[in-house]
Design a protein around this ligand. Structure first.
Ligand SMILES: Cc1cc2nc3c(=O)[nH]c(=O)nc-3n(C[C@H](O)[C@H](O)[C@H](O)COP(=O)(O)OP(=O)(O)OC[C@H]3O[C@@H](n4cnc5c(N)ncnc54)[C@H](O)[C@@H]3O)c2cc1C
Length: 509
């Protein structure tokens, strides 16, 4: 019997489906078919990415200049958190994409706490918050595509991104695109999926099926009944109201970071693209009515310079959780079909990239070898989901807001994963280190944990240690300040560089 894997079928044409199809088709000479329902729209949100998206786009062979032009994309250099700790006007901290200067060489947090407690931690150890405050781009017009002076990801228009990826996958990578609604699933005797039957007629056979069907999880969740592990007891948000808002003027500055502003029962994202802002309120339906959430959204938009007459926001609901396993038999779920928690820190597309990359790298040659790859995939991604949950929860655990039940309940011990509680104990004595997050592709490295901890007022206790190396920490602080002074005048504004890219493009590598 020939059990060679020759034909991959991706179900779903959202960002997850096209990114996965692109990565697989760019890497392998396998046949890749993507089936997309004409009746079920894509989710249409998901506009903040990580720097990993640069590698993914490069890997599938797109031009970064085309991507900027066609996806209304902008640079993202990290996240800014407003009002998360006390709720006051000056309650602001950054989680930049650049690692702290001197990261791993010295106890930066200890030296910061002892010698410079009046300066925000990220401002002392990194030039990037300063670039963000000044709206600087992370590179110059002469910097080649995908290269950066400072590390960056993207803000993009999700709808345009889907079309851009589809055209590239179909025209350049040879992905077969089938527009059809999967109505039924045909099984083999051994329980594997054999083929998909389409409502429009016809069937699509395959050897390996990638379920990118969005929240309904057509193959993994519905067909195989793989359970969703609910996380509502840890992270309460399950609703969002999203809206697109024009700039006051055509030449208004474009923010260099995603701004997340805490609200009484959730938080608001604010993402700047060249042509508009994307703004949304994520909240817990157990703590807020939709009307209240909309009122806070409108108040935020008005206070941040947006128009008074915004269109009605789009309501999105989600059940926070992830699947008990992601790869079952010859089906692997990637994207919303695998799970979704909430968009704080924008980890969903990064997980799609990691999943697609893993699948491409470890693609089983035969069905007989598939179960070994599946077991490793399931172990790795369960670990990743758990770390993401811990990391997101950290933002709520460290808040000192007490204005609503939403914030105080987030700090109740019963809602905090045990592993996170243990780490917080440990980190009273020393900062998060690589030892705490030792996998090669950690979703959030120890540096990210440090930015959140010290941005939110967590403090080390106990006496300094010989290994703290305050001399090296001081060197690092000076180097961060020197780089800030050098970069600020040398880098164009976001809008200047994006206008330049639109007209002239960036040098190809
Ligand atoms: C409020 C909110 C904000 C978010 N913000 C971010 C963010 O800033 N950054 C980030 O990384 N992520 C974010 N996400 C997550 C992000 O939107 C998704 O991870 C991403 O868009 C991928 O979605 P998807 O492709 O899995 O699903 P979808 O976009 O829902 O696509 C599903 C596809 O499956 C197809 N399909 C469904 N049923 C069938 C059928 N029967 N037959 C054939 N085809 C079918 C549909 O036609 C569609 O093409 C956010 C999510 C939400 C809810």
């Amino acid at each position: 019997m020939n059990d060679t894997i020759e034909h991959i079928v991706v179900v779903g044409g959202g960002s997850a489906g096209w990114l996965t199809a692109g990565v697989l088709a760019a890497e392998h000479p396998l046949r890749v078919t993507l089936v997309e329902s004409p009746a079920v729209p894509t989710i249409g949100v998901g506009e903040g990415t990580w720097p990993s998206m640069r590698d993914t786009l490069h890997r599938i062979g797109v031009s970064e200049s085309d991507f900027f032009r066609e996806c209304d994309a902008a640079f993202k250099q990290g996240s800014r958190f407003d009002r998360w700790v006390s709720g006051a006007d000056d309650d602001i901290y950054f989680h930049p994409f650049v690692l702290p200067q001197g990261y791993g060489d010295a106890n930066l947090a200890g030296a910061w706490q002892r010698a410079h407690p009046q300066v925000p931690f990220a401002d002392l150890v990194s030039y990037q918050p300063h670039l963000c405050v000044q709206g600087r781009a992370p590179k110059q017009a002469s910097t080649p595509e995908f290269a950066g002076v400072a590390n960056y990801g993207y803000h993009l228009d999700a709808g345009k991104f889907g079309v851009f990826l589809r055209d590239h996958c179909v025209n350049k990578l040879g992905v077969r695109h089938v527009v059809g609604h999967v109505d039924a699933i045909r099984s083999k005797d051994n329980g594997d999926v054999a083929a998909l039957a389409l409502r429009e007629g016809g069937i699509v056979e395959g050897d390996l099926f990638v379920d990118c069907s969005g929240m309904q999880s057509l193959l993994l969740g519905q067909h195989y009944g793989v359970a969703l592990l609910h996380q509502r007891h840890v992270l309460f948000n399950d609703s969002a109201l999203a809206v697109q808002v024009p700039y006051a003027r055509e030449d208004s500055p474009i923010a260099a970071q995603t701004t997340s502003t805490a609200q009484p029962n959730g938080w608001i994202w604010d993402i700047g693209l060249p042509g508009r802002r994307g703004i949304g309120h994520v909240y817990s339906s157990a703590h807020s009515s939709d009307e209240d959430a909309e009122r806070h959204l409108r108040a935020y938009i008005a206070a941040s310079g947006g128009p008074a007459d915004i269109p009605s926001p789009r309501k999105l609901g989600f059940e926070p959780g992830y699947r008990e396993r992601f790869w079952h038999r010859n089906v692997v779920a990637i994207g919303l079909s695998a799970g979704f928690i909430e968009p704080l820190e924008a980890s969903a597309l990064a997980l799609v990239e990691l999943s697609a990359g893993w699948l491409a790298d470890d693609m089983p040659v035969t069905r007989a070898r598939m179960d070994t790859v599946a077991a490793r995939f399931n172990e790795a991604f369960t670990y990743r989901w758990e770390r993401i949950i811990d990391f997101l929860k950290l933002h709520y655990v460290l808040s000192k807001r007490s204005d609503t039940r939403y914030w105080t309940e987030h700090r109740e011990a019963a809602s905090i994963p045990e592993r996170l509680q243990d780490l917080l104990q440990l980190w009273r004595a020393r900062p998060p280190s690589r030892r705490d997050f030792s996998r090669i592709e950690e979703v959030f490295p120890a540096a990210s944990w440090q930015y959140i901890l010290y941005g939110m007022g967590f403090r080390l206790e106990g006496a300094p240690r010989a290994s703290d190396r305050p001399d090296l920490a001081d060197d690092a602080f000076r180097e961060a300040a020197r780089l800030t002074a050098r970069m600020l005048p040398a880098l164009p504004s976001n809008r200047e560089l994006l206008d330049h890219i639109r007209r002239h493009g960036l040098p190809r590598i």
